[in-house]
Design a protein around this ligand. Sequence first.
Ligand code: SF4
Length: 351
Amino acid sequence: MVRHEAMLYEKVQNNQVKCNLCGRRCLIKDGSFGFCRVRKNESGRLYSLNYAEACAAHADPIGKKPLSHFHPGAYVMSIATIGCNFRCQFCDNWNISQEREIIGKYFPPEDVIKAAKEYNCQGVSYTYTEPTIFFEYAYDTAVLAHKEGLFNTFVTNGYMTPEAVRKIAPYLDAATVDFKGAGDPEFYRKFSSVPSVEPIYDSLIEMKKQGIHIEVTNLVVPDIGDSMDQLEELAKWIYENLGSDTPFHLLRFHPDYNLTTIRSTEIKTLEEAYEVSRRAGLNYVYIGNVPGHKYENTYCPECQELLIKRYGFGIIKWNITEDMRCPRCNAKIPIKGRFHREGFAFPSPII
Ligand code: SF4
């Protein structure tokens, strides 16, 4: 295990330290760990214990993140380490996010970049668990990735501090920010052990300020996290603060971890959520985790032309002009980066 001094912490009295990476801002006593269990105070110095200890590495289609308006059809070398700053009772990666022992394979930044090139990836994604808790590893890899002409993307619960966003911003090209239960504070407290949702909104505003491409997801959890009023509030917040062209993905819930008694989200609930979000003013709303659904596709908000036909993580048909316009009405379509490839897309596990 490589002990690596943490970024963004400050010393306070009696050898205590305050970590400023995520919204919890843990005050950590000498010899103790932060809430994420992967940062330890040793004699007044904070160390990241999971640096370069990758517990997962896959060459993934970018649609899996999901990112639908950023380098469509690209592949991204996707890495994670053990640990998380949330305790979601429904986490589908709970076996790595909630693991207490730091297990992984040493996979230093230069090897990540080498693997990205070998697997014909155009970027690197920091994902599966929360990238904020392996920030130092992500940061060093992201710097190298840019040097080698690769882009970087975070898949995050958004609980980063504005300082952390500003630190990674020069190297972070895109972020998928995942909401659950439409941001209901009670849902977060009860099912994710998160005391306050405000830091998520603060980090989104900072990302927007820094020019990072943002896509937002929301996990629609039947009965306990599917309030349409709450969803409307979230969609309106996105519209007002991030803009009407922000892609918004409504994800189907599948029972997992400690919430196995709750059924999968009904398709009609997702479709209702789609209508609510469109009425709130969002131009690009998607339904996720339902392969083959018509709302996986991108439609022109002006003339309804089918622009991108998708199946799961892949692009089946691309119907946008070279200069990213609708071929029917010429409306500008907000997609960053170039289009890479059509076809069904599948992940290739490496670790
Ligand atoms: S990353 Fe968050 S949870 Fe972990 S020590 Fe820092 S403030 Fe606490």
